[in-house]
Design a protein around this ligand. Structure first.
Ligand SMILES: N[C@@H](CCC(=O)N[C@@H](CS)C(=O)NCC(=O)O)C(=O)O
Length: 210
């Protein structure tokens, strides 16, 4: 049985959880409680030395230890519904938006959270090594996020989905990222009708309830 290592509140495993649900890929779930530091135990390090979730372990024992690998594998294993685009140009648009959202939005929010949260003192980055918080990085993240949102609102105005004319991985990454913005108390919908309408469409999908 395919095993999915998950942590329910965390945004990164939620992205993979939504991919698996959209594809209807059967799996069992093992919870790694990040709040208890279970990602740092010898048992979990033996599965993923990077000490992060999501992780998917396939029937043959292959370990997929990040969203990029899990999404690529899922598209090949279960092509329907396509999430990575169908034409060469669509594939380019999905890859490009996915990467842009990760670096400009997800990372900006993570910079704020990980460099301010008391519970993340000395855990400013995920992984096996401890890093001290840098308050200036939190400030920078707070400044970067509205810049991304301004451009994203312009892009989403008059569009149904982020990268192509249908729902793709870019919608999953962006939808999870913008929910994550709530963790640093940013209301992404306020004054942004294009983003708000698209998020309302996402909220109708059963996979987004997960
Ligand atoms: N590159 C990874 C990033 C995964 C990641 O950062 N996961 C976080 C949860 S959102 C984690 O495992 N954190 C462990 C920690 O904070 O020690 C991916 O997207 O797959």
């Amino acid at each position: 049985m395919i095993t999915f290592y998950d942590c329910t509140p965390a945004p990164s495993p939620r992205r993979a959880r939504i991919v698996l649900a959209e594809k209807g890929i059967a799996h069992q779930v093992k919870i790694v409680d990040l709040s208890k530091g279970e990602q740092l135990t010898p048992e979990f390090r033996a599965i993923n030395p990077a000490c992060t979730v999501p992780v998917l372990v396939l029937d043959d024992g292959a370990v997929l230890a990040d969203n990029a690998g899990i999404a690529a594998w899922a598209e090949g294993f279960q092509p329907e519904p396509p999430l990575l685009g169908q034409t060469p140009l669509e594939k380019a648009a999905v890859a490009s938006w996915n990467s842009r959202i990760e670096s400009e939005c997800f990372m900006a929010i993570a910079e704020v959270l990980r460099n301010t949260a008391r519970g993340m003192k000395d855990r400013a980055l995920p992984g096996p090594h401890n890093y001290a918080q840098i308050p200036e990085l939190a400030e920078r993240g707070r400044a970067r996020l509205p810049h991304f949102l301004e451009r994203f609102e312009e892009h989403m105005t008059g569009r149904d989905w982020v990268a192509t004319s249908s729902f793709t991985l870019a919608d999953i990454t962006a939808g999870v990222a913008l929910d994550f913005a709530g963790w640093v108390k940013v209301d992404v919908d306020a004054g942004r009708p294009g983003i708000a309408a698209w998020r309302a469409r996402l909220a109708e999908r059963p996979s987004f309830q997960l």
